[in-house]
Ligand binder design. Sequence first.
Ligand SMILES: Cc1ncc(COP(=O)(O)O)c(C=O)c1O
Length: 406
Amino acid sequence: MSVQHDPVQRADFDQFMVPNYAPAAFVPVRGQGSRVWDQTGRELIDFAGGIAVNVLGHCHPALVGALTEQANTLWHISNVFTNEPALRLAHKLVDATFADRVFFCNSGAEANEAAFKLARRVAHDKFGPQKCEIIAATNSFHGRTLFTVSVGGQPKYSDGFGPKIEGITHVPYNDLDALKAAISDKTCAVVLEPIQGEGGVLPAEQAYLEGARKLCDEHNALLVFDEVQTGMGRSGELFAYMHYGVTPDILSSAKSLGGGFPIGAMLTTNELAKHLAVGTHGTTYGGNPLACAVGEAVIDVVNTKAVLDGVKAKHRQFTSRLQAIGEQYGIFSEVRGLGLLLGCVLSEVWKGKAKAVLDAAAAEGVLVLQASPDVVRFAPSLVVEDADITEGLDRFERAVAKLVQG
Ligand SMILES: Cc1ncc(COP(=O)(O)O)c(C=O)c1O
């Protein structure tokens, strides 16, 4: 039974919504696989994936099935009780990773908030209140709550909201000497994205993550990996830490974890988890049965050899074509990233113009993202069809050609 809605248009955004976003001029209304359609019926190929979220594209049958079944069973029960989907998903995450324990929440920022609070709590309990300093990377992004913007290394997101959370130091990413100089026995955690996502799709160097692990161990500090953007298969491994072979103490996940349904998770060890005893932290919706049922379907599909090998193969398809486009039109100086998180670094003359590339791409019928004004980002579905890759990149090339021709 379809419900009749009042007609709405893009202009309603400007009238009724807080102006903290600047959405595109068109309104998507429907998605299937890697294609979406707007209000006028125009079809677009989606390489943006809802900002690295729609890990299995739009309306994947396994996810629709899990959500529909759960919607007819139990929506919400709160953490006064536990529920079967949450327990099943937690068990699967534990089986698939370094972690022994899972805390569920609703977003990446909340997963990081829990991670940072846990790191401080552990240090407080074991070493005392002076061990509360967090080291994070310049240009990093960890979410928009006050704690997460304070840890994030982009002052444009944290300035202007009054006093920030104290005790946070930022060091240049991929600079082990800077981390070495900053870390001390007052450090409770080093927080890193294995690939800086919003900061420009910049992968960590192998020696950097290995060195960070060693420095943390030497200073009794915890290594926190923010895998909100890199996790759940995006790198070609279930989590990017597996690609590097460097294991964190705490890991945050969100975005792809729910494939489009809001969910976040913080993963950690038994030893650390015990510091979040009853009453120390919580959330009403975290571990919601609907979200966890979808998350379970996501991990069942994504954590398979077929999908993860597919990501690596599709990575090669994307990068070789994007490199060719970059060279032919002189628009990219580098194509970087792992798996299906790719960043095309704009060449000197195109620096700062990522938004113009996005707009030109959308006009040709393909959705891409930016990651800073200097990088065009691709975060498609991990199961994007080969035909969609070819057609989408043809459209993208036409957009670049038009842009370059002025
Ligand atoms: C690495 C990273 N951490 C945290 C977040 C915040 O996630 P959310 O927007 O779900 O709060 C993001 C979102 O872009 C992210 O890329």
